[in-house]
Ligand binder design. Structure first.
Ligand SMILES: [Zn+2]
Ligand SMILES: [Zn+2]
Length: 474
């Protein structure tokens, strides 16, 4: 098994362990997650027993405090400075002092083990829920472990005791404080969703103190710092995030975005290209780079990247919008309209981006001129002018005697009409009634990708017709 397969196994195990602690899950589901997490993390350890992360996460899902202690001791043997493991051992010592008395450690039986597991899940009635030290009723931060004892509800701002799993006022799910680092990270996510960025940063800082080696933590801190208008701090934090998880796409994208905002385009491009290395076929990296290139007015490269984005993910509204803008800027209005139309299907309605697209579409969309585009009269009028030139030339050649027109003259007239029709259809009336009937498509060739081929063919036919008359056959 390769390292990356072990990493995947570990990531799945951690995800299952986290899910096992999620309060909004049904107890049976929680139990399933727990068993799955045990299984996956044990597999990782069988393959690599020096994996401290696997031992640490396993400690959160084993059934007995004895097993938990073994896991934590293994973490500390591998990584003596691991703060989370130290904290876990302290917690165990307070809850199960007998564990640390060697003679008793062997004596537990299965019944006791399951009791112990239940005890662990119960909120403590006295003392700090995190470190169990005695606290006063007035404390909002534990004087010993310095963790917050009350937090603001992300939705309604009510002060909520960390031991409550739902907000008493709005019933928002507050999460499970038993796994403090996960609790505070999740709280930060909720704060961000509710646009309370400052609070999110506080929660992430607490989480960082608890477990600085959490995956994805520094990416989140960096993004929050950027949102709070501290680009310098955001960039250095995101650089740390990239160093910590060099194979994850998220930190690169986050770093690239801040650099781009700061006008450091060259660095941003480098970072996005690194992101591409971690996930070669991700629509997000292609979009990020395409967007940056567009901003730098490197339109050809930008177009390639944006086209690739919508090829990977045809529902990428932002990429369609940017692509529309790019065509628009190049005065390629037909493809611009097509891209804008796609964008409106996938962008969230009434957002500034979506409204901008709608505005532009109102101006450009030939559907507004649908009546002209579909009228017989326009088709005949526009086709007649170039076709008439060929006809008059043929007539001139026959000294204005219709009956004297050579068969090659009639051929030229036919080619002239066909050429004019193709030219007009591709150039100005892609939804004319004839082409709609011929293609069986009510949009005619309006949606066609390479319409220039049709207009070129039309022009060539017309020229051939003229040549035939000027150099009569036979
Ligand atoms: Zn405490
Ligand atoms: Zn609330």
């Amino acid at each position: 098994m390769t390292d990356s397969q072990i990493e995947t196994l570990l990531a799945d195990g951690i995800a299952a362990a986290k899910a096992a602690w999620h309060k909004d899950e049904h107890p049976t589901v929680q139990r399933e997650h727990k068993l799955r997490a045990q299984d996956l993390l044990q597999q990782v350890i069988e393959l690599d027993e020096t994996n401290a992360k696997a031992w640490l996460w396993l400690s959160t899902v084993v059934n007995s405090p004895q097993d938990r202690l073994i896991c934590l001791e293994n973490v500390l043997a591998l990584d003596p400075a691991n703060a989370a493991a130290h904290k876990g051992v302290v917690l165990l010592k307070q809850q199960y002092p007998e564990l640390f008395d060697d003679s008793v450690a062997e004596e537990s039986d299965a019944a006791e083990e399951s009791d112990a597991a239940d005890d662990y899940a119960q909120p403590s009635k006295q003392g700090c829920p995190f470190c169990q030290h005695p606290i006063s009723q007035m404390d909002t931060v534990c004087p010993h472990c310095e963790l917050p004892l009350v937090v603001d509800c992300p939705v309604c701002n009510t002060r909520v005791d960390v031991e409550l799993d739902t907000c008493p006022r709005c019933n928002h799910l507050m999460g499970d404080y038993h796994l403090p680092s996960v609790y505070f990270t999740q709280l930060a996510i909720d704060y961000r969703e509710n646009h309370r960025t400052g609070r999110a940063l506080d929660a992430l800082r607490v989480s960082e103190r608890l477990q600085p080696d959490q995956p994805d933590l520094y990416r989140q801190i960096g993004e929050v710092l950027a949102e709070l208008g501290e680009p310098g701090a955001a960039i250095s934090t995101l650089e740390t995030a990239v160093k910590k998880e060099p194979d994850q796409m998220g930190p690169y994208l986050a770093l690239g975005r801040v650099l781009q905002q700061e006008g450091q385009w060259e660095r941003a491009e480098k970072v996005y290209r690194e992101a591409m290395r971690t996930a070669p076929e991700s629509s997000e990296t292609y979009y990020a780079l395409g967007n940056l290139l567009f901003q730098q007015n490197r339109l050809d490269e930008a177009r390639k990247h944006l086209q690739h984005t919508v090829k990977i993910d045809p529902q990428h509204g932002a990429a369609w919008a940017r692509l529309g803008q790019l065509y628009d800027q190049n005065k390629k209005y037909q493809p611009a309209v097509r891209a804008y139309r796609q964008a409106t299907k996938f962008l969230i309605p009434n957002t500034p981006d979506e409204q901008r697209v709608q505005e532009r579409l109102k101006i450009l969309d030939p559907q507004l001129h649908g009546r002209t585009a579909r009228s017989w009269w326009q088709l005949i009028l526009q086709t007649a002018v170039p076709a008439a030139i060929i006809f008059i030339a043929a007539l001139l050649d026959a000294r204005f005697q219709m009956t004297q027109i050579h068969w090659s003259g009639w051929l030229a007239i036919l080619l002239g009409i066909a050429g004019s029709f193709l030219w007009v259809t591709a150039f100005s009336l892609p939804r004319n009634p004839v082409i709609c009937a011929l293609t069986g498509n009510p949009q005619g060739i309006d949606e066609m990708e390479h319409r220039w081929i049709v207009s070129t063919l039309g022009a060539i036919l017309w020229l051939v017709a003229l040549v035939i008359i000027l150099l009569p056959l036979g």
